[in-house]
Design a protein around this ligand. Structure first.
Ligand code: ADP
Length: 542
């Protein structure tokens, strides 16, 4: 029997229509370095119509791709709204990719137009000659002259282009399963892989972001979106904000701890989302320049494991609870969120909060062992996490032949390794490529890192496996010591004695100024392994 219910497309155009009318006064606040410029959702709606008219005028039709090479700001928000709503596909270009990867993804997605921040214009200009499908570049933030384009590419000023356009657009009704936006991820091998989100997947994901057991974004909230709009869709905050009328504060290019502290003081957001490296930096800044941040109802940390020491520091020193979440580009990105069961208190509650969290009803999860067998949710069996659901990728752009080993029988193989508790809380111990195999046993690099980072003199610690004749691999710890503090490898080992099993205790240590980071601020263990194998690290044996 079929239902008697109506069917309607869940689309970004509907989100935009709703947000710009029902929440007309909510704001996108863009930091300018000294203060902020403000744009209401009503203005975002009008500017989205102008941008869509302008793009049509430049010949963008159907599902052609329009790239953005931008910071988090009001203009990027307009691009997020206008491009999918007109039926085209938003392609967020990660400004921190290596040049050849950047060129590869623009060509692979066949971007016809790229919107670029004036401040990033010169950087894009270097690569434009190799981006063979780009016909137009639209420069925001004033002077289009900052960008010298190669022959055949027209450069436009965003402001001038939009000023000449009507502020209404007849948004088409779009099949909810069609592409709305795309984002490239590193994948397991070779070139970056395109993840293509549908209108439907974005809509459902936005609802999840707002749910009370999830990120709890709501009308009347102001959220500081530090997570970049050029990577993993800023964790879904832009579209979720439109859905419920939450205001967003966008840091633009001001991502250092000092400016973030100024933004917090000026805008007093209720919540903020970023990777651990950003929060670690802010904490150090706050130590030297104390400031009340109790306006933050919650800080959301994900993208890599949130060390418990970081969570305790926020809560105990600043009265700000930390919410730990897990996700990836292929999961839109919200996967699991660590809100502990309501009945828990004290240490038990903390133990739940350290985990990567519980999956929402829409996302199914399973753990698969080395033989391919599904493992029990007993908090002990360690396997690779696989997920499926309406906002999880089924393949990469280009079809089933692209990196097929990432998918198995309709499940996404996450490449993350860990356990799941009987009540569905995920604890990640590693990524498959970072697992340390010592004497036939696995040592969790994440577990060791968290223990080392709980030492008061340690700011950051990254653990990699290095070859060992007897044990195959042993852990090597790269440590960043806090300014003005001192600690030796021997002292750190002593500190770990009651925390890790003897066979897991690292013998090799290196003290570094900084742990190398990936384009999105995660520990770059590949680079650390290369430095080690090339003998560039000064290793102490203790
Ligand atoms: P990449 O890091 O490969 O560029 P993504 O940005 O999509 O790709 O990152 C997804 C990965 O980040 C996950 O597969 C996982 O390894 C890691 N990750 C995300 N959130 C967490 C978390 N809370 N704890 C541990 N690892 C996490």
């Amino acid at each position: 029997m079929l239902s008697t219910m109506q069917d309607g497309n869940l689309s970004i155009a509907n989100l935009l229509r709703h947000g710009s009318v029902a929440h007309a006064a909510s704001e996108i606040v863009t930091w300018t370095g000294a203060d902020a410029r403000r744009s209401t959702f009503a203005e975002v709606g009008r500017n989205s119509a102008r941008l869509a008219n302008a793009l049509r005028g430049l010949g963008v039709t159907g599902d052609q791709r329009v790239g953005t090479f931008m910071w988090n700001n009001a203009e990027h928000m307009v691009a997020y709204c206008a491009i999918p709503s007109m039926g085209a596909v938003l392609h967020t270009l990660n400004i921190r990719l290596f040049p050849d990867q950047l060129v590869y993804i623009a060509n692979h997605a066949e971007d016809r137009v790229i919107l670029v921040d004036g401040t990033l214009g010169p950087m894009l200009a270097k690569h434009l000659p190799s981006m063979t499908t780009v016909e137009h570049v639209i420069v925001t933030g004033g002077d289009a002259g900052v960008l010298e384009a190669p022959h055949g590419v027209e450069v436009h000023s965003y402001d001038e282009l939009l000023a000449a356009q009507p502020d209404v657009f007849d948004w088409p009704d779009i099949d909810e399963r069609s592409a709305a936006a795309m984002c490239y991820t590193s994948g397991t091998t070779g070139d970056p892989k395109g993840v293509v989100y549908s209108h439907r997947s974005i809509w459902l994901h936005s609802m999840q972001v707002c749910m009370s057991d999830s990120m709890r974004l709501a009308q009347g909230d102001t959220a500081l979106a530090i997570v970049p709009m050029f990577h993993a869709m800023s964790w879904g905050l832009p579209y979720a904000a439109l859905m419920v009328g939450a205001s967003l504060v966008m840091p633009d290019r001001f991502l250092q701890p000092g400016p973030i502290a100024e933004i917090l003081a000026a805008e007093r957001p209720a919540f903020a989302a970023a990777v651990p490296a950003i929060w670690q930096g802010l904490l150090q800044h706050l130590e030297a320049h104390p400031q009340d941040i109790s306006h933050l109802r919650e800080v959301i940390i994900g993208g890599s494991a949130a060390p418990p020491s970081l969570m305790h520091a926020f809560e105990e020193r600043y009265g700000v609870p930390v919410l730990h979440a897990w996700g990836m580009t292929e999961t839109s990105p919200l996967g699991s969120v660590a809100r502990p069961p309501a009945r828990t208190t004290g240490r038990e509650r903390w133990a739940y909060r350290y985990t990567q969290g519980r999956f929402p009803a829409s996302v199914r999860a399973r753990l698969v062992g080395e033989t391919g067998a599904e493992l029990p949710w007993d908090n002990e069996s360690v396997g690779e996490l696989e997920v499926r659901g309406p906002w999880i990728a089924e393949s990469y752009y280009g079809g089933a032949d692209v990196d097929p080993e990432k998918f198995r029988d309709g499940w996404l193989r996450t490449g993350d390794v860990g356990t799941i508790s009987p009540d569905g809380f995920l604890t990640l111990t590693d990524r498959t490529k970072d697992v340390i195999k010592s004497g036939g046993e696995w040592i969790s690099s994440v577990g060791l890192e968290n223990h080392v980072m709980s030492h008061p003199a340690v700011v950051e610690a990254a653990v990699i496996g290095v070859p060992d004749e007897k044990w195959d691999e042993r852990p090597l710890v790269a440590v960043v010591v806090a300014e003005g503090q001192q600690v030796t490898a021997g002292e750190l080992r002593e500190f770990l004695t009651d925390k890790v099993a003897r066979w897991q205790m690292p013998e090799q240590w290196t003290f570094v100024d900084e742990v190398p980071k990936t384009s999105v601020g995660k520990f770059d263990k590949k680079r650390l392994r290369t430095s080690y194998s090339q003998g560039e690290l000064d290793v102490t044996r203790a």
